[in-house]
Every structure is written in structure tokens, then in C-alpha cells.
Design a protein around this ligand. Structure first.
Ligand code: ASP
Length: 321
């Protein structure tokens, strides 16, 4: 599957893949985002001699992911993918918000070249560190003929951004794609694809050009026993641009939470109704509060954030995708 000799750019953003601990047995008390991306690449002998470039864009534990890092990542990815000699880009990232970053980059860029995110569940110092193999597999995907779109590679599995979910707190195969299924597998160093590469158009870089500290505020509120909607009213009091409801079952809401969400929507807040279930699509049209389809609540939050930004920057509403 590997094609010629295009350059692959590896962008570092931190995460456990760049983490270090005091001992090789330590899987919990480690510090994320310690090693530079050049060191991660250097630690994989199979990558030596390949036409790779490494660049550090950020160095964060992805639980602390921010608009500023997302903007910088998107800018660097767009710049490198526009270079004719670049075949693809790999981003090393933390696992905690990989699902959100992947969806953000998918919706903004939807590139015609491969943009492959990878991560690790064990720090680089662990006896069973999974980062080096994941990085090698990500480069393999980025160098595969015909590869395109935003992808994630973890534990030999290849996922499309929109299907990606972090599903486990500890296992090295922590990600799943549910009913949609994996896009492919890396087996003995080669990619086996089960589905076509993702296509589609991104929203473009213009909508994320505003300073990150001016981006809209979008919050997620969960439906649960006793949900009375007062948290929505409190948020409205602080200034809110967007609201994702992580509903029960098929995106259902308590009467009080639904009423509060309708008040928010009437006040100009952009509302999307997702489900707190791990899998499935929010089906049917509930009159006033639009459903988020198959997006997880955190992906729906990215969608609302981007739609608010598109409205701000062009006045035109974007379609989810
Ligand atoms: N907290 C880490 C991060 O997301 C976890 C990981 O990478 O596995 O950066």
C-alpha cells in the first residue's frame, strides 16, 4: 500500500505518548507531555531514513486542550498539507480529547491528503510503551496510497474522525468506532482497509481565524434523574453562545431541562441535542430542539462551536457533517 517518497510531517502536541514516569512499571503516576516530538520519532528505528520532518506545535496534557492549541494545530496542518512534496501529516496527541480534536480538524479541514492522529495509553518510559508502534503505524497510514481525510490510529486500528470514541480508561486499545466500524487495521506493517477513505469538504480556515479567547462559549449539560434545568439558567446568566444537551436514550430531556433549553434557544443560544448513550443516532425530529445525529456530546460541542464561529465570520449557518 505504500506509495513513493513523499514527505510526512509529524507534529507534536503532547499527551501520554510524550509522557515519562520514574519507573518502567509506572502506568499511572507519570507526567504527560514531557518528550519532544523529535525524540518520539528518533525512538522508532523503522522511521529512520524515511523522509520525515518533526515539528513541535504544543506540549500539553490533552485534558487541558484549548482553542489556542486547536487553532495552532489546524494552521500548521493546513500549511504543511498545502506543500506539494508533503504526502501526509501525523499528529501526536493525548488520548483524553483525541475524539474532539479529530472531529474539529475533520470539520475544519477535511483534507484530500491524510491527516493521521495518534496517541498512547502508556508513557514512553513504560516497559510496554504503545506509543512507538502507534507512531510507526500512523506514518504507515500517512504514506499509504490513496489515503485521505482525518484519521486516528491506535493499537493497530484505523478510525475515521467522525466515528472515533475513547471507550476505555486504561486499555491500550482504548478507542472504538461502534456500529460504524473501523476503517482498517495495520497488520504486519501493512494497512488493510475495510471501508473507503473519508471524503467531503471542510468549513475552511477562515472561521477559526478569530483570536481563540474570543471564540464562542459552548457548554454541555447532562440529563439525569432530577435534572431541573437550573444549571442552564445559571449558564445563561454568565453569557452562553451554545449548548449541547447530553440527553437520556434517544436524546430525551426532563420536562424542566427541555423548558430551560427552549428558553436558552429563544434567547439566541445555539442548541443541539445529543445522547449520553455510547452508541446510536438521535432519531426523529423533536420539534424545537435539533438532534445531533450520531455525534457524541463532545463532538456535538465542537459542531456547535464551529457553527457559531461560521455564523460570526460569515453570517452563514453550516451543515453538520
Ligand atoms: N491525560 C493524557 C492526555 O490526554 C492521557 C493520554 O494521553 O493517554 O494527554
Amino acid at each position: 500500500m505504500q506509495s513513493a517518497s513523499g514527505v510526512v510531517v509529524v507534529l507534536g502536541s503532547g499527551g501520554t505518548i510524550a509522557g515519562t514516569a520514574a519507573s518502567a512499571q509506572e502506568h499511572l503516576a507519570y507526567r504527560s507531555a514531557q518528550l519532544g516530538v523529535a525524540a518520539l520519532v528518533a525512538a522508532v528505528p523503522a522511521l529512520h531514513g524515511l523522509p520525515l520532518e518533526a515539528e513541535q506545535v504544543a506540549q500539553v496534557d490533552s485534558k487541558d486542550m484549548s482553542h489556542a492549541v486547536w487553532q495552532a494545530l489546524a494552521q500548521r496542518v493546513a500549511l504543511h498539507l498545502a506543500r506539494p512534496e508533503v504526502q501526509g501529516v501525523v499528529v501526536t496527541h493525548g488520548t483524553d480529547t483525541l475524539e474532539e480534536t479529530a472531529y474539529f480538524l475533520h470539520r475544519v479541514l477535511a483534507p484530500a491528503k491524510p491527516l493521521v492522529l495518534t496517541a498512547a495509553m502508556r508513557p514512553a518510559t513504560a516497559l510496554g510503551a504503545d506509543g512507538p508502534q502507534n507512531l510507526l503505524d500512523a506514518v504507515t497510514v500517512a504514506r499509504s496510497a490513496g489515503a485521505r481525510g482525518v484519521l486516528a490510529v491506535m493499537a493497530g486500528d484505523v478510525f475515521q474522525a467522525a466515528d472515533l470514541r475513547k471507550a476505555h480508561t486504561y486499555r491500550t486499545d482504548a478507542f472504538e468506532a461502534g456500529e460504524a466500524g473501523r476503517l482498517g487495521r495495520i497488520e504486519a506493517g501493512a494497512l488493510r482497509c475495510f471501508r473507503p477513505w473519508p471524503a467531503g469538504e471542510g468549513l475552511g480556515m477562515a472561521c477559526i481565524a478569530p483570536p481563540p479567547d474570543s471564540w464562542p462559549r459552548v457548554e454541555i449539560v447532562l440529563n439525569h434523574e432530577g435534572a431541573d434545568g437550573r444549571v442552564v439558567d445559571a449558564l445563561l446568566g454568565q453569557g452562553l453562545d451554545g449548548l449541547v444537551l447530553a440527553g437520556t436514550g434517544n436524546g430525551t430531556l426532563s420536562m424542566a431541562l427541555a423548558a430551560a433549553a427552549l428558553r436558552a434557544q429563544a434567547g439566541g443560544v445555539h442548541v443541539l441535542r445529543a445522547s449520553r448513550c455510547a452508541w446510536g443516532t438521535v432519531l426523529g425530529e423533536e420539534q424545537a430542539l435539533p438532534g445531533a445525529g450520531a455525534l457524541s456530546p463532545v463532538q456535538a460541542r465542537v459542531e456547535v462551536l464551529l457553527q457559531c464561529l461560521v455564523q460570526r465570520t460569515s453570517g452563514v449557518a453550516a451543515r453538520a457533517g
